[in-house]
Design a protein. Structure first.
Length: 325
């Protein structure tokens, strides 16, 4: 109900306010073919511009939140999220390479495709560096992610120095994240990936619960910890790469949302991950609404607001986490 209310408000509110009842009439008309939509201008605002944007924000928020929740278990670190393991930096480098190449594609690959490939490449590199004697080491994985992330960030900064003012504006807005300009054609692939990954990870929830107790306890329960970590890392790389490819770098969603769910619903991944997906979707829909209404007619990148909201939470979590002392 909260997600439906947030999405209705996000579609309704804007430079032109559309009553919630009319929003639902227009959406139902396009979905079922029944009823009237009203005037053409309002129909275009609701169905062509705002609805795909709100749906994309929900899908992206769900994907980032689920990935963060799984990565925190995978590396046994409550401060982990896709940014820490270098996925976001890899996606940013891929996108900036295409943007600064002076065209819409580089070698036939567009911005979104390059971002996806960059995230996956970063994930594979971190995965290879995070192994010790053929086994994944959680601490080594985090350190590898941080190191790789900084190297990729340096490469991205170098490309920004060579960019034109027009390219630089596009680069900065993309790196900070946005769902502005979302189109219906973007939704099927990212929705399928996020939904499939969430279902697959939820089905692995019992094994992840065993992983929380430590490798020895997991092994005693019949869980191959190393193999499970490999599977989780691959799924998270695919999930975050797909999401970042359509929305850019959005920080702190994967860090903050899973912890908020744990405070109320516990650590059982079979319950944690579906609730995390719902809260992440609701959260980013609200943040996107704020991004286009706080400073009208200007629009703020999502990364600015998620950082303003997430950084204090990060500091609170840092003080609360005694295991890091």
């Amino acid at each position: 109900m909260a997600l439906a209310a947030a999405m209705t408000a996000a579609i309704s509110i804007g430079s032109v306010t559309v009553p919630g009842g009319q929003v639902w009439r227009i959406v139902l008309h396009h979905v079922t073919g029944r009823g009237a939509t009203g005037d053409a201008a309002t129909d275009q605002i609701v169905w062509t511009f705002r609805t795909p944007r709100v749906l994309l924000a929900a899908v992206v928020g769900a994907g980032l939140a689920v990935a963060g929740g799984v990565l925190q278990t995978l590396v046994a670190n409550p401060l982990a999220d896709p940014t820490v393991l270098g996925f976001s930096s890899g996606a940013s480098l891929g996108a900036v390479l295409v943007i600064t190449a002076g065209g819409a594609t580089l070698g036939g690959v567009g911005v979104a495709g390059a971002a996806f490939l960059g995230a996956l490449a970063a994930g594979l590199l971190v995965f290879s560096l995070g192994q010790r004697a053929g086994r994944l080491a959680p601490t080594r994985l985090v350190l590898a992610g941080v190191a790789v992330g900084y190297v990729l960030l340096a490469a991205t900064s170098f490309l920004q120095l060579r960019a034109t003012p027009t390219e630089l504006r596009t680069v900065m807005f993309w790196m900070l994240g946005s769902v502005a300009g979302a189109q219906w054609s973007q939704l099927p692939l990212v929705s399928v990936v996020v939904a499939a990954a969430t279902v697959a990870l939820t089905l692995l929830g019992r094994r992840m619960n065993a992983l929380l107790a430590g490798d020895e306890s997991a092994t005693a329960l019949g869980v191959d910890a190393d193999r499970l970590r490999t599977v989780l890392l691959v799924i998270c790389a695919l999930l975050t790469g797909t999401v970042i490819a359509v929305a850019g770098g959005i920080a702190f969603v994967g860090l903050m949302i899973p912890h908020l769910v744990r405070l109320t619903a516990g650590a059982d991944h079979r319950r944690l991950l579906p609730l995390t997906a719902l809260l992440g979707a609701c959260y980013l829909v609200v943040v996107d609404l704020l991004s286009r209404t706080l400073d009208r007619p200007n629009e703020l990148p999502l990364g600015i607001l998620t950082a303003l909201l997430g950084a204090p939470f990060f500091l609170w979590l840092l003080r609360r986490t005694t295991s890091l002392d």
